[in-house]
Design a protein around this ligand. Structure first.
Ligand code: NDP
Length: 472
């Protein structure tokens, strides 16, 4: 199967062709055309034209196109799930969930298109404003550069493209090199749904060259990036006065208090830590358990991790497949070894074979070990113990990241104390931080980024307020 660059409303040959492999075993899934900086410039020029059509399009029509794209996505749900499973190695059952969530993101975006509105400004609230009326209208920004990672290749693309189009912008999308096929298939559904030429352009290709060119381009009004903190920080540095939204990494923490329901907390932590082999920006990575529950919690977590069915991502029964590349799997194995060398205990898992790794539980991890201090982005959870809640909250906050965190407790006072004191963008009670519903405001503090996604909030970021005042 061959997939081509989507530019100016048509699929075109790129300047090179790259193989996309199934990370589980390296079999070739597709051949994808890639672009260069010259092609990216063409895409931005096409988007400028597309923007002309989008900004004047009625809200009703924008919503119709988003809903028709959603219909086409759902009609092709099996195929799209197979694409996602193949290119990013995500087990089929999770890939199907991603398609369903992507359809939801389109629905919420369509609703935002219909609801997008400004407000009246009460001009005569100042004495010298008497005799005037004022209103604020919400205008699209123009061309939005969207750069996405490999781990949710469909839904994270939709979190940028859906709200951008709902607000009347045009988009140039640079998907991750490992996972461009779902983005190109999505573009086809938008094309079939009647999106004007140039309103969406998808140019796969080398991240540093194309991503930085997008961030520098004078005709790009905003960069919306999801990916690693290193790249996000660099993009902000070069983006100048452009609006920039950054959804970056984290090492999400869970507190399991002395009064927690272990039958709830342990299985939730198993799926929160090992879904998509831990390659989720809000994966459960650090678990802080009250001394009194430490041993039974670790026993349940380890048993749950060891019981997960491993296999080919396209098999319906697979629960854990592979990491995105051998290099990433090696890195996670090294971090586990480093932690164990510094005194941590490997309770289960961690064995690696190529890109595959058994889900690992590591306890008593020194705070300085990379496994705790950095973002693991692999199938491993570090479990440490605490004595009182203040200490646990301190451990949650002893991180350069702050995306989401959570607590398991039956005590509402403890729950809300932790919610107030945790330095994160979102806090969950009796749930794992790995939970996300697509209409939620979603984003981080500290090195986890800035700005919020979720269609309602993304439309805020992707529009500008314009004031109109007139004498009456
Ligand atoms: P990367 O940062 O490596 O890549 C993300 C995207 O940026 C890719 O399209 C990549 O292209 C591109 N890119 C790479 N280098 C540059 C550059 N110098 N300038 C501009 N763009 C560049 O992340 P991963 O794909 O490895 O994704 C994993 C990361 O994403 C993790 O840190 C994870 O936490 C984070 N993430 C955050 C989420 C959130 O919502 N907060 C959600 C999901 C993931 P190419 O592939 O060609 O290199």
């Amino acid at each position: 199967m061959e997939f081509r660059v989507f530019l100016g409303g048509a699929f075109r040959d790129g300047v090179a062709v790259r193989e996309v492999q199934v990370p589980y075993d390296g079999r070739v899934f597709a051949r994808v055309h890639t672009g260069d900086v010259g092609m990216l410039d063409e895409a931005v020029a096409a988007a400028r034209k597309g923007f002309g059509a989008m900004r004047t399009m009625t809200r009703a029509r924008r919503a119709e196109i988003l809903l028709e794209t959603r219909r086409r996505l759902l009609e092709n749900a099996d195929w799209m799930a197979r694409v996602i499973a193949s290119e990013c190695g995500k087990p089929m059952r999770e890939a199907r969930l991603e398609v369903a969530r992507g359809a939801g993101t389109l629905l919420f975006s369509a609703q935002e298109a219909l609801a997008l509105a400004g407000e009246e400004v009460p001009m005569d609230a100042s004495a010298h404003g008497a005799g005037r009326m004022g209103m604020v209208i919400r205008e699209p920004l123009g061309v939005i550069g969207a750069i996405t990672p490999f781990n949710f290749p469909l839904n994270l693309s939709l979190h940028k493209i859906g709200p951008a189009l709902a607000a009347g912008n045009a988009v140039v999308h640079k998907p991750a090199s490992a996972t461009p096929v779902s983005a190109l298939e999505l573009a086809r559904y938008f094309q079939e749904a009647g999106l004007p030429e140039g309103a969406l352009n998808v140019v796969p290709g080398p991240g540093a060259a194309l991503g930085e060119a997008l961030a520098r381009h004078r005709d790009v009004a905003m960069v919306t990036f999801t990916g690693s903190p290193e790249v996000g920080v660099r993009l902000r540095e070069i983006a100048g006065l452009k609006r920039v939204t950054l959804e970056l990494g984290s090492n999400s923490a869970v507190i399991v208090e002395a009064d927690a329901d272990l039958e709830l907390a342990a299985p939730q932590c198993v799926s929160g830590a090992y879904a998509h082999s831990g390659q989720v920006c809000i994966s459960v990575q650090r678990i802080f358990v009250h001394d009194s529950l430490f041993a039974p919690f670790v026993e349940r977590l380890a048993a749950g991790a060891a019981a997960l069915r491993r296999g080919d991502p396209v098999e319906e029964t697979t629960e854990v497949s592979s990491l995105i590349s051998e290099g990433e799997a090696e890195r996670v194995a090294e971090w586990i070894a480093e932690a164990v060398g510094a005194g941590a205990r490997l309770v289960t898992g961690g064995e690696r074979e190529g890109t595959r790794m058994r889900p690992a539980v590591v306890t008593d991890v020194p705070p300085s070990a990379k496994l705790l201090a950095k973002e693991a982005f692999g199938p491993v959870a570090g479990v440490n113990r605490f004595g009182d809640l203040g200490q646990a909250i301190g451990m949650v906050n002893a991180s350069v990241y702050g995306l989401q965190a959570s607590i398991f407790t039956r005590d509402i006072q403890k729950a809300f104390r932790a919610a107030r004191e945790a330095e994160v963008g979102g806090f969950l009670i009796n749930d794992v931080p790995q939970f996300r519903a697509d209409q939620m405001p979603y984003g981080g503090v500290k090195l986890s980024g800035s700005g919020r996604e979720g269609p309602h909030y993304a439309v805020e970021e992707m529009t500008e307020r314009k004031l109109i005042v007139w004498r009456v």
